[in-house]
Design a protein around this ligand. Structure first.
Ligand code: SUG
Length: 440
């Protein structure tokens, strides 16, 4: 077994971060629609979270914001002429479409792709499949640029398998790592991958959309050459989706040998746990922390984002650390649960709170903001070094953000063609800093 690290690639929050109210079934997105956003503060909050991990000695990477507005979307909708003509016409006749074209939603990197480390895959390569995000229009436009970004970072095809998104049909709806859990003894050891889905292909559901299908999950497991005996398919509880858990990572997080989940996260919890234990026989002993509804009602789990936390092996600490949003500390039931949990002798020994409020108000907590990529030393050396962060690089990125991002943005601002130029200038400076100018 080679040494491997969990590298967290966070989505760098883009200059067009705004509260569009565009995600049905995501309660925070609906609640904050039309509010004034602060892209500068959002990006700084995200970078400070990355800094915390760098300071702890963890490996941290970053994914740049995607080009916004997405002119391909606007051109597909029949708008023509210069960039300014397109923006002005879209603002007049279809402002909602312009909002979608401007969405900074790629910040939620947990939805960028599904990742299977080389220790899991039969072909010994590290696999990433871009998510088609086909359920929400503003997210469905991410994947071509995401795939291009992944190719720029993980270009060595002998080591990395980068897969384009699945077909953009409802049967293949895929939201990436937000519905995927990897359990193992050690990051570099073979693991069991749990693919969580909300519906089957062809199945119609009522209520909030189920954004992941079993067919999509199975297709990804096949493409990643996952051994069937270490691939588990688990159904997300319908009640959780209807309560606002639009992704499984809103009610569950797993890391190493530990699964931290809400009582109502899965449709058949016992069967899921039993399948994981069986698949993990000889590899690891599953540890579970179940949060009962009686202590934390699912509605509190969703508003506080208790589970949308990063569960980390923190250098120098024996037990895992839960990096949770401040909202978890401010919600009585979740704070009380966390206090009790760390006093016990379970696998999670500390909870640390971080401020990612700008993202939270669109339904994205600490876990949404990062894509976990387990990488060996050789894989780390083979990837684009420019996206791996140290504090100096974080300072440089923060300087660019401070100089090029606005601190106030409302929907009406999107109608101004000058804002498109502003977004482009900011992105080019960021790409340059990250050694990714080829993406400009
Ligand atoms: O897809 N919000 C995102 C939040 C994604 C959170 N990701 C994870 N749980 N992994 C979504 O619903 C809202 C954008 C807006 O309304 O402006 C949004 O897209």
């Amino acid at each position: 077994m080679s040494t491997a690290y969990e590298v967290n690639f966070d989505g760098l929050i883009g200059p067009s971060h705004n509260y569009g109210g565009m995600s049905e079934g995501n309660l925070a997105s609906a609640r904050n629609e039309g509010d004034v956003s602060n892209p500068r503060e959002a990006a700084i909050q995200g970078l400070e979270k990355m800094r915390l991990l760098v300071q702890a000695g963890l490996k941290q990477g970053v994914l740049p914001p995607l080009p916004r507005p997405n002119f391909d979307l606007l051109v597909s909708a029949g708008f023509t002429g210069s960039d300014a003509d397109i923006i002005e016409a879209a603002a007049r006749s279809h402002p909602k479409l312009l909002k979608a074209a401007y969405s900074a939603s790629s910040m939620w990197a947990a939805n960028a792709a599904t990742v299977s480390p080389s220790a899991d895959a039969s072909d010994g390569r590290l696999h990433l499949t871009s998510a088609n995000l086909s359920t929400m229009l503003h997210r469905s436009i991410e994947h071509p640029d995401t795939t291009a970004t992944l190719i720029s970072i993980f270009g060595d095809t002998d080591r990395f398998g980068i897969h384009a998104a699945l077909p953009a049909h409802a049967d293949f709806a895929d939201e990436g790592a937000a519905n995927h859990i990897r359990l193992c003894a050690d990051h570099g050891a073979p693991g069991v991958e749990v693919f969580v889905y909300g519906r089957k292909a062809g199945e119609s559901t009522i209520g909030f959309p189920a954004r992941q299908t079993r067919l999509a999950s199975e297709s990804i497991a096949r493409a990643h050459t996952m051994p069937p005996e270490r691939s588990i398919f688990a159904r997300q509880a319908r009640a959780a989706i209807d309560a606002g858990a639009f992704h499984n990572d809103v009610v569950c997080v797993g890391s190493l040998d530990t699964l931290f989940y809400h009582e109502h996260a899965f449709e058949e919890t016992d069967a899921v746990l039993q399948a994981v234990r069986k698949a993990g026989e000889g590899l690891f002993e599953l540890k579970t922390v179940m949060v009962p509804e009686a202590e934390v009602p699912i509605s509190d789990a969703i508003t506080s984002y208790l589970f949308n936390s990063q569960l980390l092996k923190w250098p120098g600490e024996d037990r895992l650390v839960l990096l949770a949003p401040l909202e978890t500390q401010e919600t009585e039931s979740t704070r009380a649960f966390c206090e009790k949990m760390v006093e016990g002798n379970g696998p999670i020994g500390r909870v640390q709170y971080v401020d990612v409020r700008q993202s939270m108000r669109n339904g994205g907590g600490p876990a949404c903001l990062r894509l976990r990529v387990v990488m060996t030393d050789e894989e780390l050396s083979a990837c684009n070094q420019g996206v791996l962060l140290d504090e100096e690089k974080i300072d440089q990125l923060q300087d660019i953000v401070a100089k090029t991002y606005r601190d106030k943005l409302v929907a009406a601002d999107l109608a101004d063609p000058a804002f498109a130029v502003e977004c482009q200038t900011a992105r080019e400076a960021l790409l340059d800093c990250l050694g990714l100018s080829e993406l400009a």
